[in-house]
Design a protein around this ligand. Structure first.
Ligand SMILES: [Mg+2]
Ligand SMILES: [Zn+2]
Length: 203
């Protein structure tokens, strides 16, 4: 059973442009490829978990979601980085498109996407991390026993200003690059070098 980093997509890996209804609108943050490659090299699986209710709402279709993820994969590969799995929730209870207009167990903060990835890829969620720009990502991380990191990109800075009662992140950092540093520090001190003190002030 391996540890993984579960990454939110929009607002965390790439800019949140609203419903991503065309591949041309994909905009990577400049640090995303390096950050993912660093986690790959540390032996962490990297898995995207994303809510795509635009499918249930009829704004985009599953073929476009799949094509978007192939585009992300190709761009990452060109930079020597890899995402080990892409999991998305196409549902929404107030959607308009059957069969996606329904309650489900996979719309974050529900844990269905992580449970599927854990089964497919042999992941131990309790040794894993969740990174996202919404409190729902943090709630998901808490719910599966992972460490949860809120990034200030996307909606994260606004989320930081209105913390929900009874929920806190393990770390709140500027972006995915800082999240990756925090994760690598935690991961390495847990696995390789328990005595070494980390020099990262956020860790
Ligand atoms: Mg997001
Ligand atoms: Zn779902």
């Amino acid at each position: 059973m391996k540890p993984a980093v579960f990454l939110d997509r929009d607002g965390t890996m790439i800019e949140d442009v609203g419903y991503l209804d065309a591949i041309a609108r994909v905009a990577f943050y400049p640090w995303t490829i390096d950050s993912i490659r660093a986690m790959n090299r540390a032996g962490l699986l990297v898995v995207v978990v994303t809510n795509q209710s635009g499918v249930a709402r009829g704004i985009l279709d599953e073929a476009l979601v799949d094509a978007t993820h192939r585009h992300l994969a190709a761009t990452l590969e060109a930079g020597g980085a890899r995402v080990d799995g892409y999991y998305y929730c196409p549902h929404h209870p107030r959607g308009t498109v059957a069969p996606f207009a329904r309650e489900c167990d996979c719309r974050k903060p529900a844990r269905g996407l992580i449970d599927r990835a854990a089964t497919d890829l042999g992941i131990d969620p309790g040794r894993s991390f969740v990174v996202g720009d919404k409190w729902s990502d943090v709630q998901l991380g808490r719910g599966v026993g992972a460490r949860a990191i809120l990034v200030r990109t996307g909606g994260g800075a606004a989320e930081e200003r209105r913390p929900p009662a009874g929920l806190s992140a393990d770390a709140i950092v500027d972006n995915l690059a800082a999240a990756a540093s925090w994760i690598l520090c935690q991961h390495e001190s847990a696995t390789r070098n328990p005595q070494s003190a980390c020099r990262d002030p956020q860790c």
